[in-house]
Design a binder for this molecule. Sequence first.
Ligand code: GDP
Length: 506
Amino acid sequence: TQQAPGFTTTNAPQQHGGDELLGGLLPAGMDRRSCPSRYETWRYYKYFPYAASRHLQRKLRDYEARHRRCAPGTPLFAKSVEQLRSGRGADDGGMECSYVVWLPMDGLGNRMLSMVSGFLYALLTGRVFLVALPRDTADLFCEPFPGTTWRLPMDDGDFPVANLFPRSQDMDKSYTRLLDAKVIGPDMNATAPAGAPPPPYVYLSLGPRLKDSIFFCGEHQLVLRKVNWLLQYSDLYFAPSLYAVAEFQDELRRLFPAKESVSHLLSRYLFHPTKPVWRLVARYYRSYLAPAKRRIGVQVRMFGYGSIPADDMYNQILACSRQENLLPETDVDDGAGDEQAAAMRSGNGDNAGGSNSTAILVASLYADYYERLKSRYYEHAAKGGETVAVFQPSHEERQATGNSAHNQRALAEIYLLSFSEELLTSGRSTFGYVSSSLAGVRPTMLLTAFGHKVPEPPCRRAVSMEPCNLTPPLLGVQCQGKPVDKEDLARHLRVCEDSPKDTVKF
Ligand code: GDP
């Protein structure tokens, strides 16, 4: 296979070599020039652990055809918008095209995970997935579907929902509120005014406080089928919770025979960085990471509720690394230079690209951990004459989700992490989750310092490359008047290794 400049045979992809469409996951025939990343990322990924099943491939191609039929700019879209403008749902319960509209919430990792989840839901329910991209996210991702757009037109009056982005407490059209107001419901005919059509749109609040957790009950899915427009407010990876809906289980099994491949495959399918982001990624990778024999991504995220002093955090990273045998160990009583000199003599130590070289890529809002790791390998030789170089593309100091250049750098770093052979990420961070999913790597996750106490053990190896659904989705929920059968769910889902129990993942 042809190598991209800056690549050596050792870091070329191992499987799917030469298959830029990722084994039928991606559609053929899209414009290369407008979105080069779509055709180039396969050269950078180190693993291709799961191919798209035939069923998933068929389903995606069908989806793409449906999207083209129903997308903004088509007569069917215009018809659906007119229906919405009329303020009434369709009397016969459905229009030819029905939609999930994704609304932004929280940081980039959160947004990407809720996009993957919403898209999966659209696949399962025959809907069309549109995104209400705010300005700060508008130029991050290429169009994912051929010959059409996934962007919801949002100029004045284009989309007739006033106040499309309500604060969550104002969400009076959320499903549960409408249910309480008896505007809609499983026993709709009994409670709603006789012959009343369903509302034209419903908000789904699947965010942190998960107001609409009954969404994951089968009987409510039946009701929602009649609603043309679902406006999805979520910052979570809620895909695992869809397993609670009996009607979805068979289809999920057919689409993803390996459960842990859901987010991996759908993220690689859906996300393709735009040119400006891809330029950052490719330039950085070639300059700093490509020459090394192996790359370890280290992502350090500190949450307010789990903050600890930087010394403690750094020690946690080192303790984890020792426990999982991750970062190269150093010779404590230095011998500085002896090993290096030997390596030089044997021709291995001439640069960071020798046959025994490791690049550590640090992604963090702060420079501190990068500085410490860099000093570690500057002041001490790595065991075995290994050459270790430490890099950090940016340290933004604070999250600035409203700023599009900041988001571009964040996305670039998510991709750079995803081109690692191994990942050490921060537990509970969606930024880390997305990197692992894209990479196809089961990361080692630093555990959160709940109550500001340094966690013991310092980290755990993830049981799957899937993100955790961080909010217990079905806690206290009654489906068909009965509590959810947790034992049954436990047979399909796993408990997240980085979060309190009751959170689940594939
Ligand atoms: P989470 O909060 O860790 O779940 O991840 P999110 O991506 O949802 O939100 C964190 C946001 O903070 C990111 O989207 C970035 O805007 C910023 N951020 C956090 N960590 C990093 C980092 O390592 N690099 C960069 N460039 N930005 C980061």
